[in-house]
Design a protein around this ligand. Sequence first.
Ligand code: G
Ligand code: G
Ligand code: MN
Ligand code: NA
Length: 254
Amino acid sequence: IAMDTELRRALEQEELLLYYQPQIDAVSQELVGVEALIRWKKQSGVMVSPAAFIPLAEETGLIVPIGRWVILNACRQAKQWKDAGVPLFHMSVNVSFRQISEPNFVCSVADILEETGLPPEELVLEITEGTAIQDEQETLQKLLALKQMGVRISMDDFGTGYSSLGYLKLFQVEFLKIAQTFIYEVSADPDKASIVKAILAMARSLKLTVIAEGVETEEQYRFLIEHGCDWIQGYYFHKPLSAEDMGRLFAEQA
Ligand code: G
Ligand code: G
Ligand code: MN
Ligand code: NA
């Protein structure tokens, strides 16, 4: 069967699920939030990576219902954890340009927040630089409407795209995620180290919260603390976890 047919069926037959990767405060090492990451678990048990199906979902437009499903389920889960007494934190969700460009995007997020009862401030939308520069005016208006509701915006994979620094202010971004490629070689490649230091200094003067992604080693972590990185996400602390495992982690930390 063609993969798009299979993917549509996956959505209908509830083969999609969310994993959650903890984000921690670099200094206190306390949990501050999670990023929702979609997974496709086929009936055969095989797990398909989003890297393999998100591009197809974007091409076919299936990203619109899938993206809506992601936001709804992430907000539901966040509210459930909140109700169970997990201390205030945020749920970060990836959104692609094709989703935002859909005419009902803002309404659909508002509806989900109302339906789930999650405070808008606890939802963070991760966009990429590519999203910011496509249909700039329309995208900007939609994101500002969401900001007005209290939803917060994070710039994902920062440093890999082509947007100017001006976009960070224009889009009223609050969180900046340094792309994994820079973190990966931060201890081995002086150029990467310089880039990360420059991003951290720039973010500090713009009063942005910086999240380093893909932190895998003690060395990378030390470097990031030393240069004032706010939050850490990566295998060094936690891999993406199932909702069940995430719940266990919250219980352990309580
Ligand atoms: O979790 P993993 O490393 O396999 O994710 C691979 C890619 O898929 C990343 O670029 C990530 O941003 C993207 N991704 C994961 N979940 C979602 C989602 O719910 N929506 C969108 N648009 N992208 C996602
Ligand atoms: O593009 P985005 O940043 O949304 O994608 C995050 C992806 O990075 C997810 O697929 C997640 O599984 C992956 N990831 C998270 N932490 C690490 C890490 O420490 N090392 C590596 N190699 N990948 C990671
Ligand atoms: Mn992301
Ligand atoms: Na990223």
